[in-house]
Design a protein around this ligand. Structure first.
Ligand SMILES: NC(=O)c1ccc[n+]([C@@H]2O[C@H](COP(=O)([O-])OP(=O)(O)OC[C@H]3O[C@@H](n4cnc5c(N)ncnc54)[C@H](O)[C@@H]3O)[C@@H](O)[C@H]2O)c1
Length: 295
């Protein structure tokens, strides 16, 4: 008996990397799995790998950034396995370039796959789950880049949007028994090969992409039926709760703040409370001013 026996799951962008690992663990724990990837050959390889171990599995090559693709993907799961209980929105792409040089095309290409794809696949799946009356599980994929990362306006913005959609859907879908969480994975993959921190390519130690899979399998199971609206850092040796952005230090004045009051009070009260920002969360470095740097 596996903890996912009788469940049907879809994983997008699962022909390689992190998504492949999710599929292996979902199938190993009893789920029937649709392996989606726009790269059909890669999806087929994962299907063969799972089928060879006796798993129930099928490939789908939809472009998840289109409404037809999202609909066909969810329909295939229902047609082949009788229902859909979980969708893992994992597909992703990058088009890194610094903000001032980024083109509309680069911005749009990344939003289409991450934001629109996650929106459309989740909506198609949630409509089915509501109709089934069975509840269900949506797992989105974010990244620490959403804290801010040099050269990733499109990617960081997309992952921030996905985090906010995760919280919003968790609120809206709880009445149907549909849980909505996200993972912020870590892995050595085709995508991580281009990873930059502070604008520089970094040589990171190898992290097996499949190490994100066990937690995804757990989240899809009934043992996690009390977990929703959460984001978890996964991969390597970690499972970390990602804190929601929240209001922090403040100053308050009955009747509201006039400009002169702000000028007088702001630096005194909040001047040493500004937040570190960006992927590396270094202490706030700009107390002496933000000025053009010498070329
Ligand atoms: N690798 C990391 O360390 C890391 C860190 C944080 C977040 N992530 C996220 O994890 C997810 C998986 O990334 P990965 O590192 O395995 O990358 P990857 O490039 O190895 O895999 C992504 C897969 O998505 C597929 N894909 C892209 N566009 C698609 C589309 N329109 N329709 C269907 N499939 C599509 C690609 O063909 C590819 O197989 C992504 O959402 C990524 O942003 C990865």
């Amino acid at each position: 008996m596996g903890i996912l026996d009788g469940k049907a799951a879809v994983v997008t962008g699962a022909g390689r990397g992190i998504g492949r690992g999710h599929c292996l663990h979902l199938a190993e724990n009893g789920a029937s799995v649709i392996v989606n990837d726009i790269d059909a050959d890669e999806a087929q390889k994962v299907v063969a790998e799972i089928a060879a171990k006796g798993g129930k599995v099928s490939a789908n090559a939809s472009d998840i950034g289109t409404r037809e693709g999202a609909r066909e993907l969810v329909e295939q799961c229902v047609n082949e396995f009788g229902a859909i209980h979980a969708i893992v929105n994992n597909a992703g792409n990058v088009r890194d370039r610094s903000f001032l040089k980024m083109t509309d095309q680069e911005f749009g290409d990344v939003l289409r796959v991450h934001v629109h794809g996650t929106f459309m696949c989740s909506q198609e799946a949630a409509q089915r789950m509501r109709a089934q009356g069975s509840g269900g599980c949506i797992i989105n994929t974010v990244s620490a880049a959403h804290f801010g990362n040099f050269g990733q306006t499109n990617y960081a913005g997309s992952k921030g949007a996905i985090a906010s959609m995760t919280y919003t859907w968790a609120l809206e879908l709880v009445r149907y028994g549909i849980r909505v969480n996200a993972v912020s994975p870590a892995a050595t993959t085709r995508m991580s090969a281009t990873a930059k921190v502070g604008g520089k390519v970094v040589d990171l130690p190898f992290i097996d992409p499949a190490l994100n899979g066990p937690f995804v399998a757990f989240l899809c199971s009934d043992e996690a039926d009390w977990i929703t609206g959460q984001i978890f850092g996964t991969g390597a040796d970690r499972v970390i709760v990602v804190e929601q952005p929240r209001y922090g230090a403040g100053m308050f004045k009955p009747g509201g703040w006039a400009l002169e009051d702000i000028q007088q009070q702001f630096k005194k009260t909040l001047g040493n409370r500004l937040e570190p920002f960006g992927l590396m969360k270094q202490p706030y470095p700009f107390y002496d001013g933000v000025k053009p740097q010498a070329k």
